[in-house]
Write a protein that binds this ligand. Structure first.
Ligand code: RTP
Ligand code: MG
Length: 147
């Protein structure tokens, strides 16, 4: 049972703490809305270590995980469920490549992401990389929607 419409597609974005602090929440949500997608859920949260380990399960054992977790807990962030036809691929496209310096201009990371010399890049946004990831991640950040 889900509170989300099963007849369309959903993705999970995190507007990461750097973007929250810099006042980019409205800008990032506006880009999703202008593309024609709908905001189905929205929340300001302080991520817990458990939530991040679940969310980034594929990265927990990697050398950059400690920096990543510190970055993701450095202030509140905004979690959102975005809805629309092929929204998973579409929002990944809006998001751009992982590394801000290489991300195409015009993408969210290309326009706003910052590389510092060391530590984790501040790349502004997370977006689910597949419909299966989206389902898994929505359950982590919006458990009330999937119960
Ligand atoms: P995300 O999951 O956050 O949407 O980013 P992504 O798919 O583009 O990249 P992914 O490979 O899943 O990496 C997740 C996040 O970990 C940080 N990272 N740091 N220092 C490093 O080598 C490194 N590699 C990845 C980034 O914050 C990246 O977004
Ligand atoms: Mg990823």
């Amino acid at each position: 049972r889900s509170a989300l419409d099963p007849n369309t597609e959903h993705t999970l974005i995190l507007i990461k703490p750097d973007a929250y602090r810099r006042g980019l929440v409205g800008e990032i949500l506006a880009r999703c809305e202008r593309k024609g997608y709908v905001i189905s859920a929205l929340s300001v949260v302080e991520a817990t270590p458990d939530q991040l380990e679940a969310h980034y399960a594929e990265h927990v054992a990697k050398h950059f995980y400690a920096d990543l977790a510190r970055y993701m807990m450095s202030s509140p962030l905004v979690a959102a469920v975005i809805t629309g036809e092929q929204v998973v691929a579409g929002v990944r496209c809006l998001t751009g490549g992982t590394q801000p310096t290489q991300a195409d201009p015009g993408t969210i990371r290309g326009d706003y992401g910052r590389d510092w010399g060391s530590g984790t890049v501040e790349n502004v946004i997370h977006a689910s990389d597949s419909p299966a990831s989206a389902e898994r991640e929505i359950a982590i950040w919006f458990p009330e929607l999937v119960r």
